[in-house]
Design a protein around this ligand. Structure first.
Ligand code: TXA
Ligand code: MG
Length: 350
């Protein structure tokens, strides 16, 4: 298959989006930017088209896809009803990085492949202009997981995406590096309580402005065994992980964290091992290893950089990667959720 490409970055033209929208209508795959990460999309209502996404990504069949919409009318066609809390969430956070799981219409307008046979469907309205126009021009809801081979960090940069998907999709719309860098917050409302199934840019603190009770699913920071039944199937899969062994190290005391990282580095260097440290910019000069990468200073910067850095790890040929933890406040929860998976649950709190 020959993949067609748009112009670069913000210069994507209307007619290019229209061509990509045609591909969606014809049952083909299109990679497009959203404000979180890139998506690999197909007509959410077309079973055959959606199956192509699973094939291209090597994604497990029991992991449901998020359906992207451009209007509330589109949502109404897909779900049984929109509850009051959901309504408030849409008003406050849409368009934007929040996915809401709702009961799907019993007539199964959304096919089983899209929802992995669940009686619910995850829906979000992206704020990225290219994504919105693509959905509008196609006139269809678009099912789209993150644009990455399953298990790899989500695609936030076009170069990484081309490496994995050239020749496997019909069109790639280049929107530059994605704004947020981490996938959307995924939530489900039950009895007026909001459950966070995957943390993201919309934080627990922000959700508390809409509902009195907001809970973080225990699997967000906890480990999951393969046979466990989880609220969001995506949580149980290996994710974001480089092949090189990684350990996340966190302490509320920045000095303690730096000291621990240096202590481990020192011991392993004595054995001739090569250590890579991923640290906040303000700490980077404190690390004794010669190989160290700057993750940025603010949580927003770390979120934006982290997947690109994780993708480069295996090319560096080191024995171990030590990654600074960032805590669980605000956007920190989403970053920590991705980091402990990247580290295959190897982490230390000191
Ligand atoms: O920011 C994002 O959400 C990006 C962009 C492209 O929109 N998409 C994304 O999709 O991250 P994906 O497939 O990589 O992650 C979707 C997550 C998975 O963990 C999946 O299990 C969960 O959402 N999910 C989707 N539908 C669900 C449902 N009906 N019930 C529970 N979890 C669901
Ligand atoms: Mg993904």
């Amino acid at each position: 298959m020959i993949t067609k490409y748009s112009n670069q970055k913000e210069q994507v033209k209307e007619d290019e989006i229209a061509q990509a929208a045609k591909e969606i209508q014809n049952g083909n795959l299109v990679i497009f930017p959203t404000e979180t990460v890139y998506g690999i999309g197909a007509n959410a209502l077309d079973e055959v088209a959606v199956k192509k996404i699973f094939e291209a990504k090597g994604r497990a069949q029991d992991n449901p896809l998020i359906v992207h919409v451009a209007s509330i009318e589109m949502v109404e066609k897909l779900v049984e009803k929109i509850g009051t809390v959901e309504q408030k969430l849409m008003e406050k956070f849409w368009p934007g990085p929040l996915t809401i799981i709702m009961k799907r219409k019993s007539k199964k307008v959304v096919p089983n492949v899209t929802t992995a046979n669940l009686d619910t469907v995850g829906i979000r309205m992206p704020s990225n202009q290219i994504a919105q126009k693509l959905i509008e021009k196609a006139g269809l809801p678009i099912a789209a997981p993150s644009a990455n081979i399953s298990g790899k960090p989500s695609g936030t940069k076009i170069e990484d995406i081309i490496e994995e998907f050239n020749g496997k999709v019909s069109y790639i719309l280049d929107g530059g590096i994605t704004d947020i860098g981490l996938e959307s917050t995924v939530i489900k409302v039950e009895d007026d309580k909001i459950n966070i199934l995957r943390p993201g840019k919309i934080t627990k603190e922000q959700l508390e402005e809409v509902a009195k009770q907001v809970e973080i699913d225990k699997h967000v920071l906890g480990q999951i065994s393969q046979d466990e039944i989880v609220a969001s199937p995506g949580m149980k899969y290996r994710h974001y992980a480089p092949n090189t062994k990684c350990i996340m190290i966190y302490s509320q005391s920045e000095q303690k964290m730096i000291d621990k990282i240096n202590e481990i580095t020192n011991e392993l260097q004595k054995e001739g091992k090569k250590i890579l440290v991923l640290g906040r910019k303000k700490h980077i000069n404190s690390y004794i290893t010669p190989t160290k990468w700057n993750m940025g200073d603010t949580l927003e910067e770390v979120a934006k950089n982290i997947f690109t850095l994780l993708r480069k790890v295996d090319k560096e040929n080191v024995d171990l990667v030590l990654i600074e933890g960032v805590g669980e406040q605000g956007l920190g929860l989403a970053i920590t959720n991705r980091l402990i998976r990247a580290c295959a649950y190897h982490y230390m709190i000191v």
